[in-house]
Ligand binder design. Structure first.
Ligand code: F6P
Length: 322
């Protein structure tokens, strides 16, 4: 069997580990792996070639994706998906492994439904916002990168007695923000799924900590928070409360860098698992991790609501900042 593999959407550390595992497990089972470049965009253009085992030498420890990636709006059009299916057929590729986030999995789900392409997904996004899995490739690395950056910001915040608002990525999810805030001992975290009115809670929390004698604070702001992005929240705090503060947007720094051991291990495990399942004739699934165990579920599960950060974590951030 020829098995195509692509990475799609935002790159995430650990994607290379997954590519390597797909290619080498396929080889070990007597299949031929094909690398599709630039995600669905490359698939539309027929930009693909056989990927032998040796093409994966020395990629395990590298961030980004050696197959490159893209966000491909054209794939929403049925006639474009038909072209993609034709390219796969012409190359004799019978199964497609998609490494990406929810948008990439939705595209795979439609491709399989419309054109009977056997699809399998490996969760790859720093946002950790996929239903049916507690982990996605890149989350652990991005979390550690954000924490390391905030540890540095903490030094200057305490030297100047300043408030810093630090914006982290995550799109509509507060998963990265809440875990970052907990790991770096932030005074507060603003995130979209918060049960409280984030802004009002933030102001009263900052007042309380000022009265307790705290002169510097770190507030982690999820880019998707309903109060707005960190810059807007900062402007509002300056205007209404005359606070001396600085805003740092960590941005794409969070997406780069060498993957942590955990992202390499799960990229490897998931890559092997999807190929073993395709080899057994399974299709239309994506792998994940629940309670430490490797799981698989139907691709259609991606249409379910995204998971929310565990309810107590956000509150814990404020309690521990006392
Ligand atoms: O989905 C991953 C992610 O990094 C989000 O956290 C962020 O909102 C988005 O991608 C940024 O995308 P781009 O690199 O296309 O600007």
């Amino acid at each position: 069997m020829k098995i195509g593999v692509l990475t799609s959407g935002g790159d995430a550390p650990g994607m290379n580990a997954a590519i390597r595992a797909v290619v080498r497990q396929a080889d070990a089972l007597g299949h031929e792996a094909w690398g599709i470049h630039r995600g669905y965009q490359g698939l539309l253009e027929g930009d693909m070639e056989p990927m032998p085992s040796r093409a994966c030498a020395n990629i395990l420890q590298r961030g980004g994706t050696v197959l490159h990636t893209a966000r491909c709006a054209e794939f929403h059009q049925p006639e474009q998906r038909a072209i993609a299916a034709e390219h796969l057929k012409a190359a004799g590729i019978e199964a497609l492994v998609v490494i990406g986030g929810d948008g990439s999995f939705r595209a795979a789900e439609v491709l399989q439904r419309e054109h009977s392409v056997a699809c399998a997904g490996i969760p790859g996004t720093i946002d950790n916002d996929l239903p049916g899995t507690e982990r996605t490739l890149g989350f652990d690395t991005a979390l550690n990168t954000a924490v390391e950056a905030i540890d540095r910001i903490r030094d200057t915040a305490s030297s100047h007695g300043r408030l810093f608002l630090v914006e982290v990525m995550g799109r509509a999810s507060g998963m990265l923000a809440v875990h970052t805030a907990l790991a770096c001992g932030a005074e507060a975290v603003l995130y979209p799924e918060s049960p409280d009115d984030s802004f009002e809670t933030l102001v009263s929390g900052l007042n309380a900590s000022w009265l307790r004698g705290k002169r510097s604070s770190i507030v982690v702001v999820a880019e998707g928070d309903t109060a707005g992005r960190a810059m807007a929240v900062g402007e509002r705090l300056k205007r209404d409360y005359a606070l001396d503060l600085r805003v740092v947007v960590l941005g794409h720094i969070q997406r780069g860098g060498s993957p942590t051991a955990m992202d390499r291990i799960w990229g490897s495990r998931w890559g092997c698992e999807v190929v073993r399942r395709l080899d057994r004739g399974e299709r239309g699934f994506y792998v994940g991790m629940v309670a430490g165990a490797l799981v698989a579920q139907p691709l259609s599960r991606v249409l379910e609501p995204q998971p929310v950060p565990p309810g107590d974590l956000g509150r814990m951030v404020s309690v521990l900042a006392r």
